[in-house]
Design a protein around this ligand. Sequence first.
Ligand SMILES: C[S@@+](CC[C@H](N)C(=O)[O-])C[C@H]1O[C@@H](n2cnc3c(N)ncnc32)[C@H](O)[C@@H]1O
Length: 204
Amino acid sequence: MNLEQVTNTYDTYAQKIGDRKRMYETIASTFNVKRALYPGSHVDIAPSLVIPHVIYVDSFKGTIRFFKHLETVQELIDQRKEYDEPCIIEFFGQDYTQPLDIGPVDLIISQYAGFVGQATKQYLKPGGILLCNDSHGDATLAQVDETFELIGVMSSTNEINQTGLDEYFRLPKGKDVDTTEVKKSMKGPKYTKQGENYVFRKRI
Ligand SMILES: C[S@@+](CC[C@H](N)C(=O)[O-])C[C@H]1O[C@@H](n2cnc3c(N)ncnc32)[C@H](O)[C@@H]1O
């Protein structure tokens, strides 16, 4: 893959999923994120446009093919990055539930890729941030996990809403969340009030 092909692959994917750069930027600037882990990233390299060091993990053949051209991916990021530091990207073409030889990170990104927060929370430094949605129930599992504290919900304009957080993760009629069912179905429950993305802090 040359630079044009890498660029086309990323741009086509970014168009499909919608631009998340501003969301990542808000998280990075609010929490001074310099090093992030993105398990189940596919080719969503938008975090590298705003975070200097990002570690991507994905076991999908197509993703491995994309990141095989790491220097070309880096070239694309160098053209578009919004920080002064050099960009560092690492890629592990493996199952993220298997051990990763990496140091602690400031942020874990979990987007539509299973129970990322649960499988990789040991790599998050104390006080670090888990940004996740509940598409597969990862936010629900973080919410019931003592390791994490819900500290914000991303608004549609990519601001971090930090008030009224106890209104989230409530089921109609006060029913309890069945986490066994969430793990089995890999689907977040329908809550009375939901956010697109949730911000958790790893307790110290
Ligand atoms: C639906 S895509 C989402 C990609 C990206 N996070 C996004 O939001 O656009 C899910 C990705 O997670 C990867 N994935 C799912 N489970 C995985 C696992 N256990 N280990 C590594 N990659 C995984 C898949 O290969 C796929 O590329």
